[in-house]
Design a protein around this ligand. Structure first.
Ligand code: PHB
Length: 393
């Protein structure tokens, strides 16, 4: 953070701290607990993603024991339903009504934009464990907002080059029509064209619709060399199954950002075999940290971990840095921010560092579904940093 930004932020939040102290009278805030708020989707197409994030986060916090720094940890939850029109209300509920010390949120880029606007007013510490909205660590970057996942620019940045290397020069891109998909597409186009590819058609469905029939008929008629896409969660299950059922799988190879096959392979079954993606994580990463993490997650939740669980876990590891620096007192905001800015996270995805804009600088892998596992077949980009256009932290 630049010195002038830091001064401005701290001046702003100490005034706010006074206000929130007044408004807190009688609302039961004690200093003997650390108040953590989850603003995540617990219903809808991204419900499973929200739960995996919460699970991963709690797994990391276990590393602190039951009473870290002599305090208890209190959790507050709001289901944001991946609904941008409710984002402001939901962010106010968790930041102002519940008055949490830190918000872990959220998954959907549109909801994140609304949430960040509120956080800029309240000064609340926010750790984004998924939503990739470029602006979160770009034009809307803020001293109190950190991300442990990715910017939407990142995962599809290397994808076009990989497809051209595989011999595919004419591609169709399919996505839900909202921020995350549109930013994934823009970044894909950049990389694909730079490598000599051509996007012959962009096809959209409104979020969170899963009626793909008309689009798949159009793909069959267009006969591209390959299809690239952005889908995740429940929608990714339906898209991959429909793509195979339409008979396209063997003639037009399917690519995507790795969310397409994360946490959903069991549900997709054979339809997912052979899909190639790029992502900052893969279940099949063979480093000791990932193997231990996956084992601990399986033991704790009787489920397989996925990229969302990892991003939640890393949000926990990042918060631990802030807690260690402040002896558990997150009202020491400048110290907490300092610790998070300098963080080097020993993640199951491999080690990563925080960029000046508060977004991970991390490796991206080429991942292929092989016998029901997201297997790493190469490193698509080493140490990729989002350009953070418009951020002057
Ligand atoms: C997003 O809306 O930013 C988003 C949602 C789900 C993903 C990735 C990005 O898997």
């Amino acid at each position: 953070m630049s010195i002038s930004n830091r001064r401005q932020f701290l001046a702003g939040t100490s005034a706010l701290a006074g206000l929130s102290f007044l408004s807190l009278a009688g609302c039961g805030k004690t200093t003997d607990s650390i108040r953590v708020g989850f603003m995540l989707p617990y219903t809808g197409t991204y419900a499973k993603l929200g739960m995996a994030i919460e699970n991963g986060f709690k797994l990391a916090l276990r590393e602190l024991g039951d009473n870290p720094f002599g305090k208890s940890i209190e959790f507050f939850t709001v289901d944001d339903e991946s609904n941008p029109s409710k984002a402001t209300d939901n962010a106010n509920k968790i930041m102002t009504r519940d008055n949490v010390d830190v918000v872990i949120g959220t998954v959907h880029s549109g909801v994140a934009m609304g949430m960040i606007k509120v956080a800029q007013e309240t000064g609340s510490l926010v750790i984004i464990p998924n939503a990739g909205a470029n602006a979160a660590t770009g034009t809307m970057c803020a001293p109190n907002v950190f991300r442990t996942s990715f910017s939407n620019w990142q995962p599809t940045h290397p994808l076009g080059r990989i497809m051209v290397e595989d011999g595919h020069k004419k591609s169709v891109f399919i996505t839900w029509k909202y921020g995350a998909g549109e930013e994934a597409l823009a970044s894909f186009r950049e990389g694909f064209e730079a490598a000599g590819g051509e996007v012959i058609k962009e096809l959209f469905v409104p979020f969170p619709n899963v009626e793909f029939q008309a689009i798949l008929t159009e793909v069959a008629a267009l006969k591209p060399d390959a299809v690239a896409c952005f889908f995740a969660g429940g929608g990714a299950v339906k898209f991959v199954k429909d793509y195979a059922a339409a008979g396209l799988k063997s003639s037009i190879p399917l690519y995507g950002s790795g969310f397409l096959t994360e946490g959903v392979l069991d549900a997709q079954g054979d339809a997912a075999e052979g899909i190639t993606t790029t992502l900052h994580y893969a279940d099949g990463l063979q480093n000791p940290k990932n193997l231990a993490f996956r084992e601990a997650y399986r033991l704790a939740y009787s489920e397989e971990a996925d990229v969302y669980a990892v991003q939640g876990y890393d949000a926990g590891l990042l918060l631990i840095k802030a807690l260690q620096e402040t002896s558990g007192d997150l009202s020491k905001k400048a110290q907490a921010i300092n610790a998070m800015e300098g963080a080097k996270i020993d993640s199951p995805r491999g080690p990563w560092t925080m960029s000046r804009a508060h977004n991970p600088i991390q490796n991206f892998y080429t991942v292929k579904v092989n016998n029901g596992v997201n297997s790493v077949v190469g490193t698509a980009w080493e140490g990729l940093e989002d350009p953070a256009v418009g951020c002057d932290l």
